[in-house]
Design a protein around this ligand. Structure first.
Ligand SMILES: [Zn+2]
Ligand SMILES: [Zn+2]
Length: 269
């Protein structure tokens, strides 16, 4: 069983819709034993239309401190962050993750180079959707090669949610020349990947990344992934976790990872 949800947002994030206390209460109702809040910090991206996606970390930590203490007998609440990896922000994030007592840092590519694959304009820069996705993965590879300040690489195939036709043009084989080095780089640097169950909600028919990527990650010797719903409201906490558990077992994992004080621990499913 999966009893930990290690990717959740609250109203401390620009796009969070439920407050922290509601998220904690529903997590307890759902029988979770550990949750980790991972508010957004996309410092340096600067161009999202719907806000800056930079958490007020002091306010977030203060809110976390009070509520994690209040509910400590009912659930373990961890303090995390989801940073938006960008080459030019390497030094900033290196310092940032050491300035606060984070348990867990998710490194996510919400951008490819300086562009945002969430918007349709991103795809007009490329000859076809496949090239647009290739550029996204290449950008992730560059970041995996230089970033050390994260623990788990978030939703590795995030762009596949947004291009024309979504993931219909995707097969692992088509992108193996870039995905193999990407996965190997993550593994060699001692990091893990995240299984993000919001892919089910986004119409992916599975989590992010896709099963074929998780399977290859396992073949290459990847340590057990972290698991998160990426819930931005109470209704999506632990979303489709039974399906994630089944998928992980099919691929060959019998445990998953969580991070406490930036140290990895394994939990049997
Ligand atoms: Zn994200
Ligand atoms: Zn997120």
């Amino acid at each position: 069983m999966i009893i930990s949800d290690c990717h959740m947002h609250t109203t401390y994030s620009t796009d969070g819709r439920s407050d922290m206390e509601s998220m904690i209460n529903v997590s307890i109702e759902k029988g979770l034993k550990t949750i980790c809040f991972t508010e957004h910090n996309d410092h340096g991206a600067g161009f999202f239309e719907n806000g800056d996606f930079i958490v007020d970390t002091d306010a977030y930590f203060e809110g976390y401190r009070i509520l994690s203490e209040k509910y400590r007998d009912k659930i373990e609440v961890l303090f995390g962050v989801e940073i938006g990896l960008m080459e030019k922000e390497l030094d900033f994030f290196d310092r940032y993750v050491r300035d606060y007592p984070f348990d867990f840092v998710i490194g996510s590519s919400h951008t490819a180079g300086l562009w945002d694959p969430y918007y349709p304009e991103y795809y007009t820069r490329f000859e076809d959707t496949e090239s647009a996705y290739r550029y996204y993965f290449e950008s992730e590879l560059k970041r995996a090669g230089v970033y050390d300040c994260y623990d788990s690489y978030g939703h590795l195939d995030y762009a596949l949610r947004y291009g024309p036709g979504k993931n219909s043009c995707f097969t692992y084989e088509k992108f193996a020349d870039i995905l193999d080095p990407l996965l190997s780089t993550i593994i060699k640097s001692g990091k893990v990947i995240e299984i993000n169950s919001s892919g089910y909600k986004a119409g992916m028919n599975g989590p992010n990344p896709a099963k074929s990527i998780i399977k290859r990650y396992h073949e290459l010797g990847g340590l057990p992934p972290t698991i998160g719903s990426d819930a931005h409201e109470t209704g999506y906490i632990a979303y489709e976790f039974e399906a994630v558990e089944q998928l992980l077992k099919e691929v060959g994992y019998d445990s998953y990872s969580i991070f406490r004080k930036r140290k990895r621990e394994e939990i049997k499913m």
